[in-house]
Design a protein around this ligand. Sequence first.
Ligand SMILES: *[C@@H]1O[C@H](CO)[C@@H](O)[C@H](O)[C@H]1NC(C)=O
Ligand SMILES: *[C@@H]1O[C@H](CO)[C@@H](O)[C@H](O)[C@H]1NC(C)=O
Ligand SMILES: *[C@@H]1O[C@H](CO)[C@@H](O)[C@H](O)[C@H]1NC(C)=O
Ligand SMILES: *[C@@H]1O[C@H](CO)[C@@H](O)[C@H](O)[C@H]1NC(C)=O
Ligand SMILES: CC(=O)N[C@H]1CO[C@H](CO)[C@@H](O)[C@@H]1O
Length: 485
Amino acid sequence: MDRDWLDGYSMQNLSNHWIFDPFKVLLTSEQVDFWIIHLNGFALDFSIGFFLIYNRTRPYALCVLCLFHITNSRLFTIGMFPYVCLATMPIFCDANWPRKVLKIFSASKSAVKDNDQDKKCTTSLLPAEANRAKQKVKKLKGAPTYTLKIGWKHKVVGFLLISHIGLQAFLPYSHFITKGYNNWTNGLYGYSWDMMVHTWDTVMAVVKVVDHETGQEHFLDPEAWVQTDRWEKHADMLIQYAQCLKSNLLNGVSTNDYRLSKNISIYVDIWCSLNGRFQQRMFDPRVDLLTADWSPIKEVSWLMPLLTEFSSWRKQITKLEKEIYSWSEYSDVIFVADFPDLTLENYISEDLTNITLTVLEGDVIVEIGENETVQPMRKAKEKISWHRITKDESVGIPARTFHRVHTVSMTPACYMYTYVNHTRQLQDQKENGNTQNAEVGQKNKGLWNEFMLRLQNIARAIGLVSNAILNVLYSVPMIKRVQVV
Ligand SMILES: *[C@@H]1O[C@H](CO)[C@@H](O)[C@H](O)[C@H]1NC(C)=O
Ligand SMILES: *[C@@H]1O[C@H](CO)[C@@H](O)[C@H](O)[C@H]1NC(C)=O
Ligand SMILES: *[C@@H]1O[C@H](CO)[C@@H](O)[C@H](O)[C@H]1NC(C)=O
Ligand SMILES: *[C@@H]1O[C@H](CO)[C@@H](O)[C@H](O)[C@H]1NC(C)=O
Ligand SMILES: CC(=O)N[C@H]1CO[C@H](CO)[C@@H](O)[C@@H]1O
């Protein structure tokens, strides 16, 4: 019942998948996203449990669930999860469902013989009759009437079950205790019951190591030692990451090129968008992670708040995106929001042309040109230009130089970069003739490619596991071998 889900912002562009093609006969992509994925998904999650309980509705509910799980298995790369769900569906059925199914099959084969057996099987499972049968047996033996005895084993099992259920019911509401794990979304990772509700889009992660003795700044590839980007979004993992980074850096990994002193600081700057909002900073980039305080039960003080005041911009963002995509096939846009007194330092690659920064709200100063600290050899000071711009004003940004966007208004500012990817345009023009033939070939190769991809995954998994074992045995830090695409 999350607001973002009900408003249709949690899983945008999912409707592009072929599995939704049948719906697109009648609906547009946006309608499929909103009505089929979000609202229908909500209705399904909300009601399917009840439909599974009642005998009358269960067969239909099972069919719907089957479709749901198969869709999921095609739609997401979540491994065996949908198949496990499919396999566990029968737990909602009567305990004798396998016999019922067998009955259907055997009835057609040899009706008389198996019918007898089935009767035996089904009756033995009905509890009332089973009890009666048991009592009969006991009476025959001359035993006293059957009474249920609760032994200590039952009590232990009962206690464990109730504790387990209690824990499962409590953990999703435990965020008021585990405050250190809360951020834009609440909670210990698995226990917030918000699967698929939040889509994160991280455009930039900067890891900066400052050596206090030499005053030098070093920038590190965020993927150098970790294979996923999950740590970028959790304060507790970020702290762990910084500590690991420090020990790896100081334990001689870097000695070939440069030597770090023992007095270093580590800063990160993560730019991320939640459910189609603006790209914004997630953590305070001025906080040294090695000395930052973090406690499981205290709120993370260096977490930047989610700019929910801009959430209503999302309709506008969709509209603007459409407009900008219509300029040309290669035009694109990024929406950015930033906090007062902070600066976005950015370098635009040579791929892009026609780059324009337009302010949507607030005031910013755009500083364009080489910075002395970046290019100490050149006398770059003269080349720097300053532009103070406000709502609905824009400024052109040259490629291949650094520029800084200082937010100077009292409230957060938001702005957008529009640009054209010139490299892609040139590439497409070159390959214009060949593309159509290539596409046909690729479609035929689809299955083969998927098979090869699986093989590569297995090889990668073996590589990672052996790397991890080596790490445990020899405590050698894991070095990046494979690039996660
Ligand atoms: C590390 O550098 C900072 C900044 O220059 C300084 O304040 C601090 O005292 C230094 N710490 C140590 C242990 O040298
Ligand atoms: C270049 O940008 C401007 C506004 O920023 C836009 O109006 C124009 O259509 C763009 N040109 C191309 C070729 O995309
Ligand atoms: C260059 O950048 C540094 C750090 O971002 C800043 O302190 C300095 O004032 C800048 N220099 C100029 C000339 O803008
Ligand atoms: C521009 O397009 C090229 C080719 O498709 C791609 O490799 C490159 O990453 C793009 N550049 C940017 C900044 O998106
Ligand atoms: C600092 C911060 O943004 N905290 C937020 C963590 O997430 C909850 C739930 O979305 C918000 O209410 C907090 O403001």
